[in-house]
Structures are given as C-alpha cells and as structure tokens.
Design a protein around this ligand. Sequence first.
Ligand code: GAP
Length: 488
Amino acid sequence: MSKQTDDFFKNVISHAKEYGFVFPSSEIYDGLSAVYDYGQLGAELKNNLKTYWWKAMVQLHENIVGIDAAIFMHPTTWKASGHIDGFNDPMIDNKDSKKRYRADQLIEDKIARYETDGKTEKAQRLQTDLNSALNDDDLPRLKVIIEEHNIVCPMSGTKNWTDVRQFNLMFSTQMGASAEGADTVYLRPETAQGIFVNFLNVQKSGRMKIPFGIAQIGKAFRNEVIARQFIMRMREFEQMEMQFFVRPGTELEWYGKWKETRLKWHLALGGEQTKYRYHDHVKLAHYANAAVDIEYDFPFGFKEVEGIHSRTDFDLSQHQKFSGKKLQYFDPEINQNYVPYVIETSIGLDRLFLTVLCNSFEEQDLSTEDKQDSRSVLHFHPTLAPIKAAILPLTKKDGLPDKAREILSRLKMDYNVQYDEKDSIGKRYRRQDAIGTPCCITVDYQSLEDDTVTLRHRDSMEQERVAAVDLEKIIGDLVGWKNLLGAL
Ligand code: GAP
C-alpha cells in the first residue's frame, strides 16, 4: 500500500468510528480481535444494503424466495458439506513470540515485498511454488518455503517456527444442559447449508418449479487465524447468499447469467467500473465446474467481495447421502427425477459495506483565495444513506424550531430524518455531509411567511427554495428504491 492509500484507509477507519458507523467490539476491554460492532449509522447503512440485495434478488425475481434458517444446525450437516474434514487453513506458530500465522499469508507478504523491491521474477517463482504447495496440500513444503526465503516472525524477528498444521476454522460449542452427553454443535461458517437442507421444504411448500432460487441473509462465523484490514476479514460476519437450482446440463448457461447480473448489481451502487473486476478461478474446488470472484479495488488492492460458483449437485447429493432422504425434483417438462444442479452467489455484507465506505469517502479541499476550508463527505447513493434528510431551523427561537419539527413529524413517517438545531448552520451542514445525508432542509424566517424552505444538496452544495408541502415528493424522488433497482 502506498503512503497515500495507507493514509486514505486509516482516515476511512477513523471516520467510521468518529461518526458512529463501526466500532471495535467491546472496546472498553481493549477490543476483541477481528470482531466489530456497527454503530447507530453503520446499522442503518447495513440495513439499507441488505434491503438493496433482498429487493434485487427476491422482490425482482418471481422465481426466488427468501428464508431465515437457524445458525445452529445438526452436526451431520457439516460432515456432509465437507467442513469438518476440509475447512482448514495451514497454520504455523513462532516459538519465540508464541504468535500464530497463516503460512500461506506469510509467504504472500514476502511475495508482496519482493514486488515492492522490484524483484519481479523472484516474486513470480515464489508465487508458483506457493500455488503448487497449496494445490498438493503439501504442508512440509510450505515450511521449507518459509525457511528458504528467510521469512521471520513480524513480532520476534526470529525464524524459530513450528511445523505447519491444518487448523479448522469452525467454532464449536456444546448443546444441552450438561456437558456430559452434550453434542458438539458448530456456529455455521456459511449460510448456504441452511438453504440446502431446506431445499425440499421450500420447493414443496412454495410449489417452486425449476429453475428457482432460495436466498438468505445471516451471520456466519470463522475462526480466522489472521484477522486484518478492518472489517475485511472478521471472525463474525454476515453473508447474503442465494442458491439457484437448475436442471443438470443448463448450469453453465445460468452461471454466465448470474455472473453478469451480479456485477451489474455492484455497478449500480455508483462506483467506477474500473474499480471492479472478475477473477476467474483456474483451479476449481472438487465439487465446482466453474467459479469466479467479483473483486473490488480496495486501498490495499483488488480483493474478493463476492463469489459465484457452479457447485454441480455436490451439496444436495451429499445431504441425500448423509441424511438418507431423497433430495430430488420431478421435472414435468422432461418427465424425470433428478438432483438439481446449483449456481451460488455469495457476497459478504461487511466487505460490501467496506466497498461503499471506500467508494464514498472524500476529503474535499474547498479553499478559496481568501479562505482555507475543507470538508469530509460520504457520497453515498441517496437510497442507501443512513439519514435521508436533516431538518434544521436557522435559529433556536421565533417559532423556527416549531415549524421545523412540524416538517420532521410529517417526513419521519416515511423516511429516516434527523432534527438538529445546535451550532451554526454551516457546521450543521458539514456534520450532515460527513455522515452522507443527501440533503438538508433549512427552515428560516421566510418559511414562516410563505411556507417555503431551503433545500441544500450534499454533493453540489447548491441550494434551492422549495415549497414545504412538496418535501415528501422531493425526498421520495431522491431516495426511492427505484433509483437503484431501476438500473438493474
Ligand atoms: N457459501 C460459499 C462461501 O461461503 P466464501 O468465498 O468462503 O464462499 C463468500 O465466502 C463471501 O463471504 C466472500 O466473498 C466474502 O465476501 C465473505 N467472507 C468470507 N469470509 C469472510 C470473513 N472472514 N470476513 C468477512 N467476510 C467474509
């Protein structure tokens, strides 16, 4: 990361904390690594992002329905899905610092350093070595690479490493009143399995015909060995996943459609096209016949925000095998029973939140020849903004607050609006810019005479005089969901 992008990212993180978007979890106890809380504005933004996804996936598609499955699932679910045996990261400990690292990430950091130092060939060779060790699950080889490239522990500075071991990323706990006889259950590491085990329930109760999809938003938990980059890699996070069930043989056509549809959804948020790219997987998981990541250009480089996977009939077949229950569909068009194939779209809500923060945050220099001036602004899409409008009486007297509160009580029925009478009007505008409020409504002395107000726009900072009676419509036109959904 260059100094400039590093500073930008630090400013995004401190802005998010200062204005109530994201706080470190249990901060008064010095926080909990890789766990974060969303504050009063962060919760609103997150809810709006969930609504955007839900409306785009469920409301706009006649053949997609949404569910809300429990976080705890029968332990056999995770045996069937392969998570108990295979959901691992290669981990290594430094014996001096007692710190634990992901072996592959230590090597990736070394590759990045070679690249920064202009040692491109060395970086490429190391990348090839790493890929082949990971592909072969060759843990001793990972240790040899670490030693050969003199990779030291960032804390102790020594090379006193343990062997590389596999570390399962699932959190487990006990279900039942007494530890004796209690069953080990897992905090789900993905929401997808809650969809697969409910495939027949939804298909039958909803009389769904293939092709159809089941969508879900919910928490997932992974005991990530290395947590970094703010809310990018967390131990408790939220996923928005959709499994689309199709007739075998049609899956690659649907995969292509979903790949396109999902990128369009990201672009509708207003970010530059060059900030997004596809990363097609060359090496596929054993159950997939196509997979791609949608990556966003974060301040620390292009990273995955969403995955689209053609998962064949792997998951349903596994659950069929482990449960002994048939998970098949009778297709009346071809008069056949089959286990459907699945296209999955899986996006991390917290990573999406971070793309929106990074895309929106700007520190603007507004200085003129006579005066130094600047503002921090979040250019959220108006539909996503936590607060849709702020209502500001010019002064605290002469009936202006009453008039402003009258407007507030009308608008709050439909929109999340805020009242603010503290400080100068200029300072109040700046506060609203900093939290991304698309417009401010100022009530002044003229308002008492002719029932008009000043409408001040966040991005252009332009002001116009409008009739108070038109405010519901003006705000509705500015922040309505069709502004986002219409672009899809
Ligand atoms: N069901 C498929 C699945 O879970 P994944 O690539 O492991 O696939 C999907 O995860 C998405 O979930 C990722 O693209 C990412 O946005 C998000 N995600 C995964 N691990 C995460 C973590 N530790 N913290 C935040 N988001 C995460």
